[in-house]
Design a binder for this molecule. Structure first.
Ligand code: DQA
Length: 146
């Protein structure tokens, strides 16, 4: 199975943008971490990042049935995109929402998420390790019963 790992706007600048908030690791490091974690469970990852909402909505449509689950850090779209929410409502597997920073310790406008009502789980403020937790969680939720 394949886990979709989607990153939204400005996350291509991970490691460069506000390292005091988001750390020094890069998006490539995040994607490698997800691949390594997925491998522990015999899973693959399909990692996408875009600064264009429609590109990520198209990726959701493309992967909605084939991905066993979705790990999504929608960046700022989290806080205002009903379009992305509507797309994620169509996915067949579980959604884990990830935020690198503790959004609840930051500005008020980061406290609300349009995606959280759809999420099986939400991981905030755990740095990039949150992505590994999210991958592990999807492995647990989608493991065949035994
Ligand atoms: C973020 C938090 C969002 O509020 C922000 O717009 C981001 C990154 C995080 O990972 O902490 O771009 O999703």
């Amino acid at each position: 199975g394949t886990i979709a790992v989607l990153n939204g706007p400005n996350l291509n600048l991970l490691g460069v943008r506000k390292p005091e908030v988001y750390g020094r690791d890069t998006l490539a490091d995040v994607e490698a971490l997800c691949a390594r974690e997925a491998e522990r469970f015999g899973l693959d990852v399909d990692c996408r990042q875009s600064n264009h909402e429609g590109v990520i909505i198209d990726a959701v449509h493309e992967l909605r049935s084939s991905a066993v689950g979705f790990v999504v850090n929608a960046g700022a779209w989290t806080h205002y995109s009903i379009g992305l929410r509507d797309a994620l409502e169509t996915i067949e597997g579980p959604l884990i929402e990830v935020h690198i920073s503790n959004v609840h310790a930051r500005e008020e406008f980061r406290h609300h998420s349009y995606l959280s009502p759809l999420a099986s789980g939400i991981i905030v403020g755990c740095g990039i390790q949150g992505y590994a937790f999210a991958v592990a969680r999807i492995a647990t939720l989608t493991a065949p019963a035994r």
